[in-house]
Design a protein around this ligand. Structure first.
Ligand SMILES: [Cu+2]
Length: 479
């Protein structure tokens, strides 16, 4: 058990003048005696680590006569609910805290500690008298970073200043974003509401025909990029990731790019081999360009805006996937599955609503969150649904711009893995083997196949664990 961070320290001792030190010593001894007595008489509580500390170390007359306010607080899913309460200045706050979570927790605030709160239990916690606003947190290792903070806002008096606020630790654990309050893991777990639409993860079969005429319109539009946060994104056809293009080996893709934005954009399709000079040239607002390629190689390929700085154009949403099916009957031919999904993994850079991702933070690699298909944690709230005994193929692209993606499904083993031009495993169970992750560096992609034999809730993650905790995390409900 670590001690609570930011425990209150005593007032700094004043310098004493040398000439008067003897008389001060006498007074000091008398004060010390009183302090010892008052500590001995102060009621105490047990803290989580078993030590005993004085409660409400505010032995002033005001504290003794302070009015008491009681609030009920619930703990669920690494969050205090509510996460803040208001009390008038000079009020004693008593919290009745019920732990509805599966883990044990506590609360440290205002120099006080609630002590251990086991799952299912309620404790009454005297948090002392509040002269100024304060922030507290659960002291169990890692829980504060997961969003377990609790704020007391003091009203009236001059109590607005925050005491005990640790500005060095942002919720995402990265250097604090100066533009945006980054949603905490706890906030990302809150139900987004009935009208929240997750990006459709289902991959449709390739359309008929050997020539695919596609229009890609490039715009800049405000979108919700994380729970409760909207900002400008740079988009292909209004979505991030951009639309999926699918065809088969030998097909021609005739893509008309139309720039309806206010800045320069372009596109680079990894699925084709073309001279970049003309096809990938940057077009200005109001211009258009036809980019044609013939897909001669099977797989899942990235496409992205190729205008500098590419990191910023990709970070703002300009990336997507092209799926090229291998010829039926060939060595690479796809097997039959009950479901096909496509997940594009990427970092999320939060910025001001009218600016979008901050170029310097993107250049410095200071992403705030991560996501599959544009929105952190969206498939926690809108899980994929698969029947018992059914099989699924997950196509996964790592759009980056910078970080590795280690795709894993908790509770399952991949039976088939295809990436970068080859099957690394096929019919794994028949050969007594399998794979636990699909590893993808930026711009890599592939697919895995899984059969879900037992009902349950399976989780898919980026097994770069801190990135799973930043949003690359979703659920598959099998029933
Ligand atoms: Cu662009």
């Amino acid at each position: 058990m670590t001690p609570p961070p930011g425990s209150p320290s005593g007032p700094g001792s004043a310098d004493r003048t040398r000439g008067a030190w003897a008389s001060w010593l006498l007074i000091g001894l008398a004060v010390a005696a009183v302090v010892v007595l008052s500590v001995a008489l102060t009621p105490s509580t047990n803290t989580a680590d078993g030590t005993t500390t004085a409660s409400a170390g505010d032995g002033s007359v005001a504290a003794a006569t302070a009015e008491t306010v009681t609030h009920q607080v619930r703990i669920e899913g690494m969050a205090f609910i509510p996460a803040a309460v208001e009390v008038p200045a000079g009020t004693r706050l008593v919290l009745e805290i019920t732990n509805d979570d599966e883990l044990r927790h506590d609360l440290a605030i205002n120099g006080q500690r609630s002590g251990d709160i086991p799952p299912g239990e309620t404790v009454t916690f005297d948090a002392g008298v509040f002269g100024e606003s304060a922030e507290g947190w659960c002291t169990i290792a890692g829980h504060k970073a997961m969003g377990m903070t609790f704020r007391v806002d003091v009203t009236g008096g001059d109590g607005g200043a925050m005491a005990g606020v640790d500005h060095t630790a942002s919720a995402a654990g990265s250097p604090a974003n100066p533009f945006v309050d980054v949603p905490t893991p706890a906030e990302r777990q809150l139900d987004p509401g009935g009208d929240f639409l997750a990006h459709d993860p289902v991959l449709a079969p390739a359309p008929e025909g050997d020539v695919h005429e596609i229009e890609l319109v490039m715009t800049e539009e405000v979108r919700e990029v994380a729970p409760g946060h909207q900002q400008v994104q740079w988009l292909f056809n209004g979505t991030a990731p951009g639309p999926v293009l699918r065809g088969k080996v030998g097909d021609t893709f005739r893509v008309k790019l139309v720039n309806e934005g206010t800045m320069s954009h372009s596109v680079d399709f990894h699925a084709g081999e073309v001279s970049p000079d003309a096809a990938m040239s940057t077009i200005q607002p109001g211009e258009s360009l036809v980019y044609e390629f013939t897909a001669r190689r099977a797989g899942i390929w990235m496409y992205h805006c190729a205008t500098a700085p590419m990191s910023l154009h990709i970070a703002n949403g300009m990336a997507g996937a092209v799926v090229i099916d291998p010829p039926a009957g060939s060595q690479l031919a796809l097997g039959g599955v009950d479901h096909e999904y496509l997940l594009v993994g990427h970092e999320v850079f939060l910025g001001q609503e009218d600016v979008g991702a901050d170029a310097q933070r993107v250049s410095d690699g200071l992403y705030d969150l991560t996501a599959f298909n544009g929105h952190p944690n969206q498939y926690d709230h809108r899980p994929l649904e698969i029947g018992v005994g059914e099989s699924a193929r997950f196509w996964v692209l790592n759009a980056g711009p910078d970080n590795p993606l280690s795709f894993h499904i908790v509770g399952e083993i991949f039976d088939t893995v295809f990436t970068e031009g080859r099957y690394t495993i096929r019919d794994g169970l028949a050969q007594s083997t399998g794979a636990q992750v699909l590893p993808l560096v930026p711009a890599q992609a592939g697919f895995v196949e899984v059969t879900f034999d037992e009902p349950g809730t399976y989780t898919f993650v980026n097994h770069v664990m801190t990135d799973a905790e930043k949003g690359q995390h979703g659920r598959i409900v099998v029933e």
